[in-house]
Ligand binder design. Structure first.
Ligand code: ADP
Length: 210
């Protein structure tokens, strides 16, 4: 199938599902449980998972040009430049032919990324259903990430990099809350308690919107 046809076909599929599509932005500091809750949400609501952290790690593992560029930023716990992340997200979104919707996990992380996502979805007559922020205390985040580092060997789960990632989150990513608050899409959820308790709270928030 040629590029134009497949693009048109994609447009048609997206148009067809507009009223039932659920697009959730799962937001929160590193270690707040976005990945864990994403897995459960995908299963319950049949959504596609778009985790910019996972995609970047796979680019890095495959030593692609983007991976090579992103490596230094990720190793320090800094954000990869917007331009590169946005281009990567465009490619990823275009690779899905059919979807009930998406969980955006770790994206958008800056206001620039949030503006891009709004335009990209609006152009397709789509929108973000809800932006959920998982709220977890600083000490608990550090504890969880150190434990994850021990278990998985993730090299950025090391104390000085963890502290930088939390700082970067507070300074560069927190303003994204305001972006969605203005659109009345922002819902804070307490990210402490058991995985199932937190999942229950998230589902209640989603079900109230759809
Ligand atoms: P965490 O939320 O635990 O920090 P992620 O797996 O989401 O972990 O991200 C790991 C790293 O990947 C980040 O520290 C950052 O360098 C990079 N990254 C992920 N998502 C983005 C994004 N949307 N914009 C810029 N950099 C990103």
């Amino acid at each position: 199938m040629g590029a134009i046809q497949s693009h048109l076909l994609r447009g048609w599929i997206f148009t067809k599902n507009i009223s039932t599509m659920i697009n959730i932005v799962l937001f929160g500091p590193p270690g707040s449980g976005k990945g864990t809750q994403s897995e459960k949400l995908i299963e319950k609501y049949g959504l596609n998972h778009l985790s910019t952290g996972d995609i970047l790690r796979s680019e890095l593992a495959n030593s692609t040009p983007l991976g090579k560029k992103a490596k230094a930023f990720m190793n320090r716990g800094d954000l990869v430049p917007d331009k590169d992340v946005i281009e990567m997200v465009i490619n990823k979104l275009d690779s899905y032919e059919d979807a009930n919707g998406f969980i955006f996990d770790g994206f958008p992380r800056t206001q620039e990324q949030a503006r891009f996502l709004r335009h990209h979805l609006t152009d397709r007559d789509l929108r973000v259903t809800l932006m959920i922020r998982l709220e977890v205390a600083h000490e608990e985040l550090v504890k969880r990430l150190l434990l994850r580092g021990e278990k998985t060997g993730r090299t950025d789960d090391e104390i000085s990099i963890i502290e930088n990632r939390i700082d970067v989150y507070l300074q560069q990513s927190e303003p994204v809350v305001e972006f969605y608050e203005k659109m009345r899409k922002y819902v804070p959820i307490i990210g402490a308690g058991t995985i199932d308790d937190i999942f229950y709270r998230i589902c209640q928030a989603i079900d109230a919107r759809i």
